[in-house]
Design a protein around this ligand. Structure first.
Ligand code: SF4
Length: 383
């Protein structure tokens, strides 16, 4: 009897990080090639019902133990979700640790005073604002519907409500943009007094509304100079660059994104979301597939088993993106990969040319190589 009880004990998988995807947008930005759905109240109502079923399937599941350190509402435009619903969602997910970081991606046009007030009560304690540019002309070109003045107002309202963890996204490499334009833009960003800034180099995929303008994107050398200029300007005013495209003041790193970069397990709910638990990755698929899986109680519509080589290469890529770099002892312990034995010649070459530095058994990218990180990292992966 005792033995049977022992055998039936299930070791629960502890999950510390949760991503919730809200797929709806009211219009399409010119550069967007992400998966999105057109907003309607009816579809949002259905989405919320299905999402609650999906949340419950993890909260009341004997296989999982949710002890959440981070929750991230990404999209789409999650700030279209009324703050009341955000409260409902955050309260359903009651398995939060005391210091849980709860981030909501938001569009400045949705951030009214009343919305911010209820949002604060819902427990959302970090905002990631889709600013993209503080230049009126660029915003119009990119298809964003807010103005620089609205961004200034939103940040000020958030500060009044004691939000002390505000991030902003910046896009550079916009057609016709010059180095001087980028300098002006980053100076306007700095004036906002944000705690965190994420920067993105504009790319126009074939399915983006502005795809025809691809040829107007400034040349690679100019975009590389823009990147260096932004890094320099942000560091000059006390931002720490902790990842290729991410900068934080006073240790206000994105704890959620750090979990991805540290290859931790995470749960992803909602259409379009991914989850990775150990060597298993699942993609929920787009709306119809997601809905179907929930209604028929199917676990995962698109499952991928990651091989040891997949995980090793992903680990090298993610760790090198971080400024603290790749810990060689940890790499060996985790994957049995002795990089100096396997990649001696290429490592020598990259160190001699200043593309890599080795500090206390860590390999790090340098200012010279961060912009071309894909090339450097791909050379270091196991073939
Ligand atoms: S808000 Fe984001 S997801 Fe929505 S259309 Fe714009 S870029 Fe795409």
């Amino acid at each position: 009897m005792g033995q049977n009880v022992q055998e039936s004990k299930i070791v629960k998988k502890v999950i510390n990080h949760l991503y919730i995807h809200y797929p709806f947008c009211t219009s399409r930005c010119g550069y967007c090639s992400f998966y999105t759905e057109a907003f309607s109240w009816a579809r949002q109502t259905e989405y919320l019902k299905l999402l609650q079923v999906e949340i419950n399937s993890y909260v009341y599941n004997s296989r999982y133990d949710l002890q959440l350190d981070t929750i991230y509402f990404g999209g789409g435009t999650p700030s279209l979700l009324s703050s009341g619903y955000t409260s409902v969602l955050t309260s359903i997910i009651s398995e939060k640790n005391k210091e849980c970081e709860i981030t909501l991606e938001c569009n400045p046009i949705t951030m009214t005073e009343a919305y911010i007030k209820v949002l604060k009560l819902s427990g959302v304690n970090r905002l990631s604002i889709g600013i993209q540019s503080m230049n009126e002309k660029n915003l119009k070109y990119l298809g964003r519907r807010h103005s620089p003045k609205q961004v200034i107002d939103v940040v000020s309202k958030l500060r009044k409500k004691k939000y002390n963890n505000i991030s902003g996204d910046l896009i550079y490499g916009i057609p016709h943009q010059t180095l001087a334009d980028v300098e002006k833009d980053i100076e306007e960003f700095i004036k906002l007094g944000l705690d965190h800034i994420s920067i993105y180099c504009l790319s126009l995929d074939d399915d983006a509304p502005l795809a025809k303008d691809k040829k107007l994107i400034p040349k690679d050398e100019i975009v590389a100079d823009m990147y260096q200029l932004i890094c320099h300007k942000l560091r000059e005013v006390g931002f720490e660059q902790y990842e290729i495209s991410n900068f934080a003041k006073k240790n206000k790193y994105s704890r959620h994104n750090l979990a991805y970069w540290q290859q931790k397990d995470y749960l992803g709910l909602g259409p379009g979301a991914y989850r990775t638990l150990g060597d298993s990755r699942c993609h929920n698929g787009e709306y119809a597939q997601w809905k179907d899986a929930i209604e028929f109680g199917r676990d995962c519509p698109n499952k991928e088993d990651l091989s040891k080589k997949d995980l090793l290469n992903e680990y090298i890529m993610l760790q090198l993106r971080l400024n603290r770099g790749l810990d060689l002892e940890e790499l060996n312990l985790k994957y049995g990969f002795k990089i100096w034995d396997e990649k001696k010649n290429i490592l020598r070459k990259f160190i001699d040319t200043g593309y890599l530095e080795e500090n206390q058994k860590r390999l790090c990218l340098t200012d010279k190589s961060r912009f071309i990180s894909n090339y450097v990292i791909s050379e270091l992966m196991e073939e």
